[in-house]
Design a protein around this ligand. Structure first.
Ligand code: MUC
Ligand code: MG
Length: 371
């Protein structure tokens, strides 16, 4: 079974967030989704999404650059070509385009959606087969205000929507951040898992001080405390503290995962389809981690439903010891799909049906698209 790609269209879709989302490098009030529609022979249509955080403040590809890379370079390479699967698709893209993993991720997703629809199989089956139909999902408390975060966490616990929380720290001085994190942990209680993401904001000396206090205060996981280039520092921290480290920005592809683990890193890797170049590429990192005894976590770039579902299909095929954070759709005021995902009891349900199993709302796509 092969499919021929006929045309590719791309939109920038701007959707406001339900509240300001404060990270160490930016505060988001709006999220931009780069949406791809891949039309294949016999009228089969696949959809993909590439989404980053805060323009160029998080990663090296902006939404505008992703759209340009797709339209100017990747689409001409792919249109008119016939592919039997993601291996050939990735080989063609990688032979002529370096990097640009966000753009490649949107295209790999759209191709998987189209292939799944042609074969009448869910994307998870093309990636190895789902081990589960329900995946754990945490929520990130990042209003920038301790009391508001506590109230938000308590409300979500009472509603039963989430039972695990991640806090975004690193924008303020260490003492303020530690007070903030430990106050939230104390208010939410012993049984609630609270983790922090520093998004590279600390140097190694600050991280040693900070991790000691976070560990003593019962924080369960510390994500990317130091810059992505400081691999030796990350390995040293992972060996020095009992509280595990989650490597995020430091580990994008299977090559990064192999290098970090073979140099002695212990802890977990945050998988993200955008960092790796697509759902199938992200699973290569997952398999390297499994071989090295490194735990897994399903990460987000705060994608809408389309990108979150593409990730969930991949995450459903491996065991995620630290669960997932595929809450992106809940951070957005609206979305471009007909049926929203089912989030309940700290979990999300993998959509059923061929391909990604989602339906795009053409009116909403038009309404939120940048002119
Ligand atoms: C990140 O760095 O992990 C994930 C959750 C969230 O709030 O931001 C993202 C990015
Ligand atoms: Mg992170």
């Amino acid at each position: 079974m092969s499919i021929t790609i006929e045309s590719i269209a791309c939109w920038l879709v701007d959707i406001p967030t339900v509240r300001p989302h404060k990270l160490s490098m930016t505060t988001m009030g709006c999220q931009t989704l780069t949406i791809v529609r891949m039309t294949c022979a016999e009228g089969v249509v696949g959809w993909g999404e590439a989404t980053t955080i805060g323009g160029l403040s998080y990663g090296a590809e902006s939404p505008e650059a992703i759209k340009s890379a797709i339209e100017t370079y990747l689409s001409p390479l792919l249109c008119g070509q016939t592919f039997s699967g993601v291996a050939a698709l990735a080989q063609t893209m990688n032979a002529s385009v370096k990097g640009n993993t966000f753009a490649k991720s949107a295209l790999e997703t759209a191709f998987l959606d189209a292939l799944g629809k042609s074969l009448n199989l869910p994307v998870s089956s093309l990636l190895g087969g789902a081990l589960t139909q329900r995946l754990p999902v945490l929520w990130t408390l990042a209003s920038g205000d301790t009391e508001k975060d506590i109230a938000e966490g308590q409300r979500l616990l009472a509603e039963g929507r989430h039972n695990t929380f991640k806090l975004k720290i690193g924008a303020r001085d260490l003492a303020t951040d530690i007070r903030h994190a430990l106050a939230i942990k104390a208010a939410l209680g012993e049984d609630v898992s609270v983790r922090v993401d520093v998004n590279q904001a600390w140097d190694l000396t600050t991280a040693i001080k900070g991790m000691a206090q976070l560990q003593a205060g019962g924080i369960d996981l510390v994500e990317q405390p130091i810059p992505l280039w400081d691999r030796r520092g990350l390995i040293a921290l992972s060996q020095r503290f009992e509280v595990p480290i989650l490597a995020d920005e430091a580990v994008a592809t299977s090559h990064d995962g192999y290098a970090l683990a073979s140099d002695g890193f212990t802890g977990a890797y945050a998988l993200k389809i955008a960092k790796a170049g697509g759902p199938a590429q992200a699973l290569k990192l997952a398999h390297v981690a499994q071989a090295a005894g490194v735990a897994l976590y399903g990460g987000t770039m705060l994608e809408g439903t389309l990108g979150s579902v593409a990730s969930l299909h991949a995450w459903s095929t491996v065991s995620m010891q630290w669960g997932t954070e595929m809450f992106g759709p809940l951070l957005l005021k609206d979305d471009i799909v007909v049926h929203p995902l089912d989030f309940s009891d700290g979990q999300v349900t993998l959509p059923q049906g061929p391909g990604l199993g989602i339906e795009i709302d053409a009116d909403k796509l038009h309404h939120y698209s940048r002119r």
